[in-house]
Each structure stands twice: as structure tokens, then as C-alpha cells.
Ligand binder design. Structure first.
Ligand code: F6R
Length: 611
């Protein structure tokens, strides 16, 4: 994953550049936060600082230094090759050459052996150091950084976005990308290279997105871009409308807590355009009416929480829009048969940068899919830019690694999609449209009332943290709700958790259940409640402890070993959103009680840009 940042500036900016880069790293931390580093060219020599930890650690370590520099590189790391150590943190150096990298080289071992044979000494275990030496090797031959990089990348296999600088060329940054994104921000007297618009927009809104295979030579005054074949090309300049969002927690202890509580607003913002315009296909893009009119099935592709959102809404879309829906995990999606020309691919991604999802889009296109709809939370990110139709969830910047408000906004987006397709296909009567809109209008308030149950859930968390493992049960659309609950719990509390369709319990996993074993149940009063209750009884008979989220209509009551929370009165169509909110709250409190790093759980990153 990793965040990349670099600035080259005129001399008059030399007081500011190091601070600018470090400030930007705080916005890139979400790409990886196990270690980070910064290097600045000061009086013709590289000085640097690298630390295990996130950008806040680096910032405080830098507080005693005052580097005046016009050429600075910064990096936040998510380790792929080499342990999490100061030494493996980026930038890496080879003599006068410095490099930061996001990606994963598949031929790093071969390169290392060859470079060692050429006399290069490796100080780290990373693949990135091989890039530094390789570029140095070519630089010695031709004496030009950009050309050295162009030669070096011919030897690289795998994914990379790289940013390099040389002490021999004190104004030049050279960037190259093969898969992970890389952007150039055009400033007045300075230019920026970043893995992310968030690293740029505090300083300039004019952005160039490098295309795969591009190599860019960037100085304070000029940006030269060369395509895969080495030809000079012009790339479009976009004016970014993205907003940074405040990196502060307000009155909350963690971003995750804040984001859980922002859900009523995130839902309201996502739904608002529909309440104003009805289920209009223009919400998805100009061509949506035509594409929706012709589609005969839907294929949803996503990873992790976004995948769970697709699974939760599969049945709802099928029943409302009357089209079959398949949901695929992006990495599992390797089509054998060629695609139906009328199948719409719906890609769900909070970040819009997930590598696995981007690769799946390529496979979908190769299989013959013509139309891709992106449901995404980050404007201008890669996935919407590669899609034919776009729906932006309006959850606002999500900082906590565990996705919360983006997930419920995705559910809202999928509901809107279902009704919009139904309307285009003339399967939605006026009355049904009015009642669907009315139902959506009530969702934010229902979410707010659900959040008021936090103290009850907190009490559950106190019991669950005493256990090392938990099961989550659900049926139908509530099985993926249970999956999302289990994912949240394990992700931030590190308690092992697994989700099961309640009917599956007796087919093996019931063996896990013994006295006080915690089983969280999503049990709304809907068509599968009977099967869910049967699963609960099987647990209860073995002394397991049930934590049931339900509603008054289910007639479920608390008893020995059964704890029940009733959702406030709500439209049954909102149950999945409301159930999930309580599961998020449960995981949050479990993680807090276990003193976990809630916003930055171990081994993870917010945006997964490597395979
Ligand atoms: C879990 C979580 C991840 C992401 C997954 C896909 O809380 O956030 O499972 O959902 O990595 O990321 P996006 O949605 O950005 O494509």
C-alpha cells in the first residue's frame, strides 16, 4: 500500500517544504502506517529520518530539526517485503539516489543477487532498495535521472509507483507508475508528486493523473511526461474538487467512534439527491437510463466490507428491480465464460483505489463486460475514473481503518440503485416510488435512534472481551450482516470471529459452542426468523451465550444465557443498516476495552493498493 509524497520547489520555499511533506503524510497514513520516513536534500547532501510508527511519530521526531530544503521525499509504509523496522522504512538510498515506492516487485530477489554481484551493498530487506541501486547503476552510465529511471523500470517486474531524486540533480523529481496511482500537483513555484489527491489539495487543486507506464520528470517550473514507449505526451490537468475533511476527532476518542456517530448524517447526505430528484438514472451518469434499460443481470464485485454490502443488498435488488444479482469477491472473480453484453458490473469501493478490485474490473472488461458502475466514496479516485457510471456515496472522508459510515452509505446507494433500475424498467409504480422515498427519508433518524442503544451494546462488549472467539449468526440478507459484524470484531479487537448462516451451524461449527461461548445473532422479524431461532436454540442447548439484536415484532425475549437488544421502531427494510450499526458499536467497545489501536489496527491499511 504505502503513501508517496515528494515536492520540488524554488529556493524561496525552502523553509516550508519539509513541513509540507510531513503534513501531507498525515493524510497518507491511511495507506499504511507501520513506519514512515522523510529525506531532504540539504546543501547537496541527503539527510533523512525514518521511524517505526505513523506520521505523528515522525513529526515529533522531526520537531528538533530545521532542514532547509527544496527537494524532499516522504513515505508512509505498509510492509510487503521486509519486517517493520526503521531500517526498512523508506526512503532508500544508493549513493546520490533516493527512492520511495508503493507496490511489490516480484523479481526483487533476482535483482538483489545481480546487483550484489555488481558490488552494491544492501542495508535493508526491501524490494525498494533494489530500485535505488538499479537506478544508480544506470545513472553511472548515462548521467541523467529520468533516463536512468526509464532504463531501470524495464528490469522491474510487479507493481510499482516510484518517486526518485538524485543529489546530482537538485531540482528534479522523477516519478514512474505501473499499477498503483501517482499524481502530480501543479503549484506556483513548486510541484508535488503524491500517491493521492489528499497529499496535494492543501497546496494546489490542479492535478495530473499519471497513466500506467508513464514516467514524469518534475521540476519547480515544469512537468515533462513520457508514455510507456518513451514519447513525450500531454496529460489532462484536472481541477480537484475533493475536500480534505478535518483530521480531528472532535468530541470523540477515535475516528471510528466519530464515524459511527456520523452515520445519520452520512446517510442523509447520500439520500438527499434522491429525495430531491426521485429515483432518476441521472444520479448514476448520463448514460445510465440506456444502460439500466437494457441490463438483464447484475454482477457486483468488491472486497471486504464493500463485498459484504453487495451481499447484504443482493436479495433486495433482486426483489425490487427483478434482475438476478451475483456477488463476487474481487480476488475470486476469474470468469471462464464470456460475459453477457447486458450484464451490468457494479463495483463497490470506499477508497476507489483497491488494487484487487481494479484488477477484477480489468478481468470483467476482458470477459466482454461493457459497462461498469462504480459506487465509491472518494471522488476522483481510480475506480470511478475507470468506470462508465458513478454513484458517489456522501459519507465524507473515512479515517478509521475499519469501514463504518461508508458501509451503511453503500447500503443506501444499493437501495437507490435497485429502485432506479426498477423505475427505468417500468417496474415501479408511482405509489411504490413514493413509499420507497418516504422509507428512505426515515432512515437517518432510525440510525440516530439506534445509536442511542450504545450503552446496552457496551455492556455486551464487556462480556465478549473475556472470550477469545465469537460466532455471528444471521439468515438471508442478515447472514452477510453477521459477516460484517464478525469482520469488524476481528479487525479491530483481534478476537477471532466467524459468521455463519444460522442453518449451517449444525453442519459443523456447532462443535465450537460450549458454556458461555459468545454468539451474536442478527435476528430481525423477517422470512428467515424461524431458521435463525432454530440456530439460537441449538446454541442455547449447549450453554452458549446469545447476544441477539432483534425488534419487538420478533417476540424474542431475554432469558438465561440470552441477552436481547430491541431496535427502535423502524421500517423493516432498514433492519440491515441498523443491525450493522450496533455490530460496529460492539466491535468498537470491545477494541477500546482491550486497549487496541482502534483507528489503526495492526497489519492493516485503509486503502489496499497492492495485490
Ligand atoms: C474493513 C474494510 C475493508 C475494505 C476493503 C475494500 O473494515 O474496510 O475490508 O472494505 O479493503 O476496500 P474498499 O472499499 O476501499 O475497496
Amino acid at each position: 500500500m504505502c503513501g508517496i509524497q515528494g515536492i520540488t520547489a524554488r529556493r524561496s520555499f525552502r523553509w516550508k517544504i519539509v513541513q509540507w511533506v510531513v503534513a501531507a503524510l498525515a493524510y497518507l497514513d491511511y495507506r499504511g502506517y507501520d513506519s514512515c520516513g522523510v529525506a531532504a536534500l540539504v546543501n547537496g547532501k541527503w539527510v533523512w529520518l525514518k521511524r517505526v510508527g505513523d506520521s505523528a511519530v515522525l513529526k515529533s521526531a522531526l520537531s528538533k530539526t530545521r532542514w532547509l530544503s527544496c527537494l524532499v521525499l516522504g513515505h508512509t509504509r505498509w510492509a510487503t517485503q521486509g519486517m517493520v523496522t526503521d531500517r526498512n522504512a523508506h526512503p532508500h538510498f544508493s549513493g546520490h539516489v533516493a527512492v520511495v515506492h508503493n507496490g511489490n516487485l516480484t523479481n526483487a530477489d533476482r535483482l538483489r543477487t545481480w546487483l550484489k554481484g555488481m558490488g552494491y551493498v544492501f542495508l535493508s530487506e526491501t524490494d525498494t532498495e533494489a530500485i535505488a541501486h538499479l537506478v544508480h547503476y544506470y545513472y553511472q552510465k548515462i548521467g541523467n535521472l529520468r533516463r536512468a529511471v526509464q532504463l531501470a523500470i524495464k528490469d522491474l517486474e510487479g507493481d510499482y509507483a516510484i518517486l526518485l531524486a538524485s543529489a546530482m540533480e537538485p531540482q528534479v523529481l522523477v516519478a514512474a507508475r505501473n499499477n498503483p496511482p501517482l499524481l502530480i500537483g501543479l503549484g506556483d513555484g513548486f510541484n508535488i508528486v503524491s500517491s493521492d489527491a489528499r497529499g496535494i489539495i492543501a497546496l494546489t487543486r490542479n492535478i495530473i493523473y499519471l497513466v500506467e507506464g508513464d514516467v514524469a520528470e518534475v521540476t519547480p517550473e515544469e512537468v515533462l511526461i513520457f508514455n510507456q514507449r518513451g514519447r513525450r505526451v500531454n496529460r489532462k490537468i484536472y481541477v480537484s474538487l475533493e475536500s480534505l475533511g478535518a483530521l480531528n476527532k472532535g468530541r470523540y476518542s477515535h475516528f471510528m467512534q466519530k464515524e459511527i456517530h456520523q452515520q445519520p448524517q452520512a446517510l442523509r447526505n447520500t439520500i438527499q439527491p434522491v429525495l430531491q430528484r426521485g429515483f432518476s438514472p441521472t444520479l448514476f451518469g448520463k448514460r445510465a437510463r440506456k444502460i439500466f434499460g437494457r441490463l438483464d443481470s447484475i454482477l457486483i464485485i468488491a472486497c471486504g466490507t464493500s463485498y459484504n454490502a453487495g451481499c447484504v443488498m443482493k436479495r433486495r435488488i433482486e426483489s425490487v428491480a427483478e434482475v438476478p444479482v451475483r456477488v463476487e469477491i474481487a480476488t475470486q472473480y476469474h470468469p471462464i465464460l464470456s460475459a453477457s453484453p447486458h450484464e451490468l458490473v457494479v463495483v463497490i469501493s470506499q477508497s476507489g483505489e483497491t488494487h484487487d478490485t481494479k484488477e477484477a474490473i480489468k478481468r470483467a472488461r476482458a470477459a466482454g463486460h461493457k459497462y461498469v458502475l462504480a459506487i465509491c466514496n472518494v471522488p476522483e479516485s481510480s475506480i470511478p475514473r475507470a468506470s462508465s457510471l458513478i454513484f458517489y456515496t456522501q459519507a465524507g472522508m473515512e479515517v478509521g481503518v475499519a469501514s463504518t459510515k461508508a458501509f451503511t452509505a453503500q447500503l443506501a446507494a444499493l437501495i437507490i440503485l435497485a429502485y432506479t433500475i426498477a423505475k427505468v424498467k417500468k417496474r415501479l409504480s408511482r405509489t411504490d416510488e413514493t413509499s420507497a422515498l418516504e422509507s428512505l427519508r426515515k432512515l437517518p433518524l432510525a440510525a440516530r435512534r439506534t445509536l442511542a442503544l450504545e450503552p446496552e451494546v457496551q455492556a455486551w462488549a464487556r462480556c465478549i472481551v473475556r472470550r477469545r472467539s465469537a460466532l455471528f449468526l444471521g439468515m438471508g440478507s442478515f447472514y452477510p450482516v453477521a459477516q460484517e459484524g464478525a469482520l469488524k470484531l476481528k479487525e479491530i479487537s483481534y478476537i477471532h470471529a466467524e459468521a455463519l448462516a444460522a442453518g449451517e451451524l449444525k453442519h459443523g461449527s456447532l462443535a465450537l459452542v460450549n458454556k458461555r461461548f459468545p454468539v451474536v445473532v442478527s435476528a430481525p422479524s423477517e422470512e428467515f426468523l424461524r431458521d435463525t431461532v432454530l440456530g439460537m436454540k441449538e446454541v442455547n442447548a449447549r450453554g452458549g451465550k446469545l447476544y441477539v439484536i432483534t425488534d419487538k415484532a420478533s417476540n424474542l425475549v431475554a432469558s438465561k444465557n440470552i441477552r436481547v437488544i430491541y431496535l427502535p421502531k423502524h421500517d423493516p427494510l432498514h433492519a440491515a443498516v441498523l443491525q450493522t450499526i450496533l455490530m460496529q458499536v460492539l466491535s468498537y467497545w470491545a477494541a477500546v476495552m482491550l486497549k487496541r489501536n482502534v483507528d489503526k489496527p495492526r497489519n492493516l491499511a485503509k486503502s489496499v493498493t497492492v495485490s
